[in-house]
Design a protein around this ligand. Structure first.
Ligand SMILES: [Zn+2]
Length: 215
C-alpha cells in the first residue's frame, strides 16, 4: 500500500483533484473534512465550535482517521491512498506516522504541496460549494454543473464565510510549511505543485506525479 499526503491551504483545489483521481483512476483518498463533517452532523457542540473557526484537537481528528483508514484500505484496489488535507499540524503528522507504521509497516512516500496565490484562494473559498449528489467541491456559478457527477444542485459550506476563512488561512500557512519540512527530513519525496492553472491541467500534472510512485 502506497500512502500519499496532499498538503496546501484550503481552496487550493486538493479536494477537486481527489474527486477526479477517484472517478477516473480509482485512487481513493481520506479527507478529514468529509469524516469530520459526518461526525459533526451527529454532535452539535463540536459543530458549533468548528463554525466559529476553532480547530479540533489532533487526537480527536486522528482517532477519526484511524477508524476510517482500515475500511478504506480494504476496499482499495489501486494500491494508493491519498491523505487529502491531513495532517494539518506537526502533532497530527507524528500520530499519522505512528499509525501507518503500526498498521501497515509503512509511511507516506510522496508529499504533494498545492500552491496557489493567496488572493486566488480567498476568491475560490468565497465561491465554494459542495455538490448535493456526490459531495465533490465545486465553484458557485449561475449554471452549476458538478465536474465529477454532472449533478446540478449544490449546498454552501457553513464554515466558508470570510472571517472564518482568514482565521483558517492564518493557522494553515505556518503549519503547511512545517509539515512539508517534517516529511522532507523523514525522506519522503516532496513536490510543490503550482495549482494556479485550470482543473484539467493540474490533474494531468498531478496524475504523472501520483501514478509514478506505483511500482
Ligand atoms: Zn457531484
Amino acid at each position: 500500500m502506497e500512502f500519499i499526503v496532499f498538503l496546501g491551504m484550503p481552496g487550493t483545489g486538493k479536494g477537486t483533484q481527489c474527486s477526479l483521481l477517484k472517478e477516473r483512476d480509482g485512487v481513493l483518498s481520506l479527507s478529514p473534512g468529509e469524516i469530520i463533517r459526518a461526525k459533526l452532523s451527529q454532535d452539535k457542540e463540536i459543530a458549533d465550535s468548528v463554525n466559529r473557526g476553532e480547530l479540533l484537537s489532533d487526537d480527536f481528528i486522528m482517532n477519526l482517521v484511524s477508524e476510517n483508514l482500515n475500511v478504506l484500505t480494504k476496499s482499495n484496489d489501486s494500491g494508493v491512498l491519498i491523505f487529502d488535507g491531513i495532517p494539518r499540524t506537526i502533532g497530527q503528522a507524528k500520530i499519522l506516522n505512528d499509525l501507518l507504521e503500526t498498521q501497515f509497516n509503512s509511511s507516506p512516500s510522496l508529499v504533494v504541496c498545492f500552491t496557489v496565490k493567496k488572493r486566488l484562494i480567498i476568491n475560490r473559498l468565497n465561491n465554494r460549494v459542495i455538490c448535493s449528489s456526490c459531495n465533490a467541491p465545486g465553484q458557485l456559478s449561475k449554471n452549476f454543473v458538478c465536474s465529477v457527477c454532472g449533478g446540478k444542485s449544490y449546498t454552501k459550506r457553513l464554515d466558508d464565510d470570510s472571517a472564518v476563512i482568514r482565521k483558517r488561512l492564518f493557522n494553515n500557512r505556518k503549519n503547511t510549511n512545517e509539515i512539508y519540512d517534517f516529511y522532507r527530513l523523514n525522506g519522503a519525496k516532496c513536490v510543490k505543485l503550482d495549482a494556479d492553472s485550470n482543473i484539467d491541467s493540474v490533474y494531468k500534472k498531478l496524475k504523472r506525479v501520483v501514478l509514478s510512485t506505483k511500482i
